[in-house]
Design a protein around this ligand. Structure first.
Ligand code: NAD
Length: 328
């Protein structure tokens, strides 16, 4: 990215949405998971604080991708009162720096990119871990992220049907509308029925208790647990992680703020049982070993994912003359 002559590139939410599609996000996220597993890229400790104002949670996710020469930070958080004022509750901005000089290179809107990179994360897990003959996709969750998840997932296998459950059933038409658009049959089902039918399941809720029990999940299923990104959150039965082969974006986050925190917390699983998905991408781990194995991806969301998609957005915006420029 040559920014020295023109100053700081500003890439708006609208431009990000126009130029970073699912394929670009998939490649950026797959590449960064691979780089993390090779220790070519690393995340810095996450800061997340309740600021005691507007009920907001505010924080930083930061890292350095030595292979791609991307250094930066995603700053933002969760403002629960925003929706009432017509704003997105999750607000974030990515700040990119020149790793040679520390000079500010770009400011990139992070709201749309967060959704598309989170969807790319579960999609990468499906591409590498789900059975090739998977036919039914199960969706648990129907909030803001869910339609991004659904659109990215259905591109990974020849799905013939989508089944869904949400604690608030009134949100489910959101998923039905995407299925109608894509010409995919859609059925709202019970959680037990979802487990019985689905070959691939995505969970993307704000739950604090298990929504799916181990005994409801059939052999051979791939599950991407995407909602648990904070201490205390939980979407599935910890016994499911014991029964499954567990993969993650980053082990440290998986055991502290991800879905594995509960099974590790009750000592039924240890960090050494969990495999970074980058090892599967790099072919240093075989991934799924049999058609009957349950595979579970604990997608906790790492800062390097944000930096990877933001860097792709900045490069595309500059190449297509869609960035604004400013000097500090
Ligand atoms: P949202 O507020 O739009 O939707 C929340 C979803 O969770 C809905 O399906 C809702 O019905 C359900 N829900 C709400 N309260 C619940 C409760 N107490 N118990 C069970 N379900 C409940 O949120 P969103 O933007 O769609 O995000 C969903 C989750 O994904 C959040 O937990 C968010 O923090 C997480 N997230 C994770 C990543 C990542 O990288 N892993 C990235 C972004 C968001």
């Amino acid at each position: 990215m040559t920014t020295q002559n023109k100053g700081v590139a500003i890439v708006s939410e609208a431009v990000c949405e126009a130029i970073v599609g699912r394929p670009e996000a998939f490649t950026a996220v797959e590449d960064i998971f691979a780089a993390m597993a090779k220790k070519d890229a690393y995340n810095f400790p996450v800061v997340r604080e309740a600021i005691g104002h507007a009920d907001a949670l505010y924080g930083f996710k930061s890292g350095f991708d030595r292979a791609g020469q991307v250094l930066g930070v995603k700053s933002g958080g969760y403002w629960p009162g925003n929706a009432a004022n017509g704003l997105t509750n999750h607000q974030s901005t990515v700040i990119l720096f020149d790793p040679d000089t520390g000079k500010l290179k770009a400011l990139v809107g992070g709201n749309y990119l967060t959704a598309v990179r989170t969807a790319a994360s579960s999609a990468v897990s499906i591409a590498h871990l789900a059975r090739k003959d998977a036919k039914v996709l199960g969706m648990v969750g129907a909030g803001h992220q869910s339609t991004f998840q659904l659109r990215a997932a259905v591109e990974q296998r020849n799905f013939e049907k989508v089944v869904a459950w949400n604690p608030h059933p009134e949100y489910l038409p959101r998923l039905q509308a995407v299925c109608d658009e894509l010409g995919l049959p859609f059925e709202a089902v019970s959680r037990e029925e979802l487990g019985a039918q689905a070959d691939v399941i995505i969970t993307i809720t704000s739950a604090f208790e298990p929504l799916l029990m181990k005994d409801w999940i059939k052999p051979g299923t791939h599950i991407a647990c995407m909602g648990t990104d904070t201490k205390g959150k939980q979407e599935v039965d910890p016994e499911l992680l014991v029964a499954a082969s567990v993969f993650t974006d980053e082990i440290e986050q998986s055991i502290s703020i991800g879905e594995a925190q509960h099974a590790v917390g009750n000592a039924s699983l240890s960090a050494s049982d969990i495999t970074p998905i980058g090892e599967v991408i790099n072919a240093t781990h075989p991934g799924r070993r049999s058609d009957n194995e349950i595979t579970l991806f604990d997608g906790t969301g790492v800062g390097l994912q944000d930096l990877a998609v933001a860097s792709a957005a900045a490069e595309l915006a500059i190449a297509q003359n869609q960035a604004d420029w400013t000097e500090l």
